[in-house]
Ligand binder design. Structure first.
Ligand code: PLP
Length: 392
């Protein structure tokens, strides 16, 4: 036995931040750390349409007998056209329900490893869990720099250069929209160039779409994913309903594969089922069942979309408010208005982040990532004052 070889690992810094925020007695404390949507009252409520779907589920569900490793097939079937439009012919697509977007990423990573793909290219900074997920499945994450945090810009040339450097058959991870942690997405021209390059170089795109509907709008947020997946021979799409249905802890997601033809697609599907079986046997049901009820009922679907739209509008308004703070010292907040979704990353050092926490009870990730949804009008002003005090 070699348990002695194990060492104590540091707790996830963001989880530690949650604890520190909770224990902070200062009434004016501001949480920009945790990556969940917040409404104007600072809450992360169950969406109204989801609540109604849950009530219906409770009233009508007459068995909790096992489903299969594919999970709720009706959920996947209802979601697919909304996510992918007509980008990929149905016979080339295979999809299964997964435990959240994380489960989809892990399952996709294992499928890639099984298919002999050994490397995945990841532009940094990225969601901190990406590299560990791919590494855990046996892939080598190839990180490359494609963001300039100081100017809040995506370096499209660096991104395309990495695709040129990647070997045919390598995979590349692409955030579908609302990039976490920068909020900076490719524009339509860059998406077209990425799609062209992925096809020409024979790469396997792995799109992570975790925030559809929270950026520019439902279809606009999936346009990049659709453009890339329409042109690849093989590709993957990891999807999360945990933000756009506010289902977070219910762990609701899906994974789709794109294959060259129906026969190849059936092979991928059978491998997805086998991998799911060996990982979690079958995904948790509740969130997907509730989302399916919403999607299959026109009135509930419209109610959910309207609520999602209002969440998106809140983010847009808050972004404009933060952006209006302008430039404070060397920190330029103006580009925040052009970002998408919940996150932005500010050019702050770790010690500046710590100073804001100690002196102003402003909590954010050590990387300088802020959750835009954590603000309200008053706290934006207070944030500006704190940044002024920081740079003085
Ligand atoms: N992908 C990105 C970019 C994310 O930010 C997250 C969650 O924060 C996920 C995937 C995972 O989402 P889920 O909670 O559905 O596993």
């Amino acid at each position: 036995m070699a348990f002695e070889q194990l060492s104590l690992l540091r707790a996830d810094p963001l989880l530690a931040l949650i604890g520190a925020y909770r224990d902070d007695p200062r009434p004016f404390k501001l949480d920009l750390g945790v990556g969940v949507f917040r409404d104007a009252a600072g809450g992360t409520p169950v969406m109204r349409a989801v609540k109604k779907a849950e009530e219906r589920l409770l009233a009508t569900q007459d068995s909790k007998s096992y489903l299969g490793p594919e999970g709720d097939a009706g959920f996947v079937a209802a979601l697919a056209p909304l996510v992918l439009g007509d980008a990929v012919p149905a016979e080339r697509l295979a999809g299964i329900q997964t435990p959240g977007g994380t489960g989809a990423l892990r399952l996709g990573a294992e499928l890639l490893a099984r298919a002999g793909v050994s490397r995945i290219w990841i532009a940094t900074p990225s969601w901190p869990n990406h590299a560990p997920i791919f590494a855990a499945a046996g892939l080598t994450p190839e990180a490359f720099d494609a963001f300039d945090v100081a100017s809040q810009t995506l370096d499209g040339a660096a991104l395309l250069a990495a695709l040129d450097k990647a070997a045919p058959g390598d995979s590349v991870l692409l955030h579908g929209c609302c990039h976490n942690p920068t909020g900076i997405d490719p524009d339509a021209a860059l998406w077209a160039a990425i799609a062209e390059r992925v096809e020409a170089r024979g790469l396997v795109p792995f799109v992570d779409l975790a925030y559809q509907g929270l950026g520019d709008g439902w279809d606009a947020d999936a346009a990049g994913a659709r453009a890339v997946l329409a042109r690849c021979r093989h590709g993957l799409l990891a999807y999360s309903c945990d933000k756009n249905f506010a289902l977070y802890r219910e762990r609701t997601g899906a994974l789709w594969t794109v294959a060259p033809d129906a026969e190849a697609s059936a092979i991928l599907y059978s491998n997805l089922l086998a991998l799911a079986r060996a990982n979690w046997s079958m995904p948790p049901d509740h969130g997907a069942a509730a989302a399916r009820i919403v999607l299959e009922d026109a009135a509930l679907a419209a109610e959910w979309r309207a609520e999602l739209d209002s969440m998106r509008e809140r983010l847009v308004t808050l972004r404009q408010g933060v952006s209006a703070l302008g430039t404070i010292g060397s920190i330029d907040l103006a580009p925040i208005a052009g970002g998408k979704g919940m996150f932005a990353t500010l050019p702050l050092t770790r010690s500046q982040v710590a100073w804001l926490r100690e002196h102003h009870a402003i909590y954010m990730a050590a990387s300088g990532r802020i959750n835009i949804a954590g603000f309200d009008e008053a706290s934006i002003a207070r944030f500006g004052e704190a940044l002024k005090a920081l740079v003085e």
